[in-house]
Design a protein. Structure first.
Length: 240
């Protein structure tokens, strides 16, 4: 078991963490990932939070940080997140029309503020996705021979989408924890094993406590092999 990561909030974790050199070296071996990992990329490479050990007595994320964190399941995984400025603009965009935003300061965004956000977007480095999971998938994740199990792919989408929503929640806890209430996965093409894949996720819209996300899984050939749509609901204030 590795040493537990010393995180406080997810936002602080994103700001202060960097993916391990060994993971970065591994993914850098794949030329199709170069635009995402190069210094000019709109994304920063951070550890995949769910893989981090949370402590011997803390059962959070055990499936991801123990069961499928092995050489013959998922040997390498990192997350790519947009820069702070772009995330801030996305927050404005996503919560401008929502009745329940992650921060009270973002409620009732005026037309002028929207216009200002649009101008800022033109000058800030754009990131097409809100969260990208880069992952290697090893042979022991098979369902059919040398093919990733569909349930595993669902779990990867669910987790990547969860991390994506977490980045938009503020440290002030104005939005309660979010839960998947619906996840619709479309298996378009088999996902061969072993292989390296990117799961690209985006928040489509929010409305009150409800958040809609979309995602897709691609490999080096750029073919979308699996896609997913999900609905997340923030717990009511004061608990479930
Ligand atoms: C960084 C960490 C990453 C972690 C990623 C892992 C994420 C997960 O896997 S979570 C595990 C799987 N999910 C769960 O266990 C959630 C189980 N569900 C629950 O506990 C509850 O449904 C909960 C707390 C989310 C919401 O309950 P509650 O607050 O009573 O919501 P409720 O009032 O019923 O619904 C709220 C709204 O959502 C809608 N809704 C709820 N469920 C659904 C659904 N399945 N489909 C469509 N709409 C739904 C309701 O219609 C309602 O809409 P409106 O406000 O327009 O009337």
């Amino acid at each position: 078991m590795s040493t537990p990561h010393n995180w406080t909030t997810y936002t602080a974790f994103l700001r202060t963490s960097r993916a391990s050199e060994s993971d970065l070296k591994y993914f850098a071996l794949h030329p199709w990932l170069a635009p995402l990992l190069s210094p000019g990329s709109p994304y920063r490479s951070v550890p995949f939070f769910s893989r981090l050990e949370k402590g011997e007595n803390n059962t959070l994320d055990r499936f991801f940080n123990r069961v499928i964190n092995t050489n013959d399941t998922i040997p390498h995984a990192i997350a790519l997140v947009p820069g702070d400025e772009w995330l801030a603009l996305r927050r404005k965009e996503l919560f401008a029309s929502s009745t329940s935003s992650p921060s009270s300061s973002q409620q009732n965004v005026t037309g002028e503020e929207k216009e200002q956000a649009t101008t800022e977007q033109e000058t800030t480095q754009k990131a097409e996705y809100d969260f990208i999971l880069l992952t290697s998938l090893a042979p022991s994740l098979s369902g059919f021979t040398d093919t990733a199990h569909g349930g595993l792919l669902s779990a990867l989408f669910d987790e990547a989408m969860g991390c994506c929503t977490a980045a938009f929640r503020n440290d002030d806890d104005a939005v309660q924890e979010l839960f998947t209430v619906n996840l619709n996965v479309t298996y378009r093409r088999p996902v061969p094993l072993p292989g390296v894949y990117a799961i690209r996720v985006r928040v489509e819209k929010t409305e009150g406590r409800k958040w809609w996300l979309k995602g897709e899984l691609v490999g080096g050939d750029g073919v979308v092999r699996t896609s997913a749509e999900s609905l997340w609901v923030a717990a009511r204030k004061g608990g479930l």
